[in-house]
Design a protein around this ligand. Structure first.
Ligand SMILES: Cc1cc2nc3c(=O)[nH]c(=O)nc-3n(C[C@H](O)[C@H](O)[C@H](O)COP(=O)(O)O)c2cc1C
Length: 201
């Protein structure tokens, strides 16, 4: 297995980091390849004029543009090389951390992860397993009103669905501001019950 482990929380006592590590420990066995991206410790530059090369297709004119093109290529190749991707995605202001958005912005590349056809967009990154750890202080899964405020899980499902990964697996720990211990314990019980390590070859 080639597993890509992504963390994006900015906090030191992070629930999503605890849960992504818990999942990676359970999914991997000796011999598996694991790469870890800590998007807080090593943030990815937000998209800017110098980093639009993969969208415009124009020849890079400056060293800054070449560096940014290389970064975009490295990140999309790393993503496409993985068969399992585990993502820590805390809810910040009803959405995801901007650090995680910056990573996703590098993945949405025409011809690599999606393409437009006569019938509309087609995802090119299917066949990968994506597990999202969704952590949040409040509660959003439940009433339609609360669900409408969730631009975190909904956004991630949209992004990965667009890239061809329709069945994003969500491991959710919510109400962390009210009952952190209970929420983490329930999330770990869910992981133990639903995510099993593949049988070693
Ligand atoms: C900057 C910031 C914004 C937040 N915004 C929300 C929010 O909109 N809704 C919510 O329910 N919790 C919000 N929270 C609480 C986090 O979702 C909660 O603390 C969760 O544990 C974050 O995951 P982490 O522990 O991995 O950092 C916010 C926390 C931070 C630090």
């Amino acid at each position: 297995m080639k597993l890509l482990h992504i963390d994006s929380a900015i906090t030191s006592n992070s629930a999503s980091r605890e849960l992504t590590h818990y999942i990676v420990d359970r999914l991997t066995t000796e011999g598996d390849q694991v790469q870890h991206l800590d998007l807080h410790a090593q943030p990815i530059d937000h998209l800017a004029a110098v980093s639009l090369g993969f969208r415009t297709g124009q020849q890079a004119a400056t060293q800054a543009e070449r560096d940014q093109n290389a970064l975009s290529e490295q990140l999309v190749s790393q993503f496409l090389d993985a068969d399992t991707i585990v993502i820590g995605a805390p809810m910040y202001n009803f959405s995801i951390p901007s650090q995680l958005k910056a990573w996703l912005d590098r993945l949405a590349q025409a011809g690599r992860t999606f393409r437009y056809t006569e019938k509309g967009p087609e995802g090119l990154a299917g066949g990968r397993r994506v597990i999202v750890v969704s952590t949040r202080g409040g509660q959003y899964a439940g009433t339609p009103f609360e669900t409408a405020m969730d631009h975190q899980e909904a956004f991630l499902r949209t992004m990965f669905g667009f890239m061809g990964i329709a069945n994003v697996e969500i491991v959710r720990a919510e109400r962390l501001a009210m009952d952190r211990d209970g929420s983490l314990a329930a999330a770990k019980a869910h992981i133990d019950a639903t995510l099993t390590a593949p049988v070693a070859a």
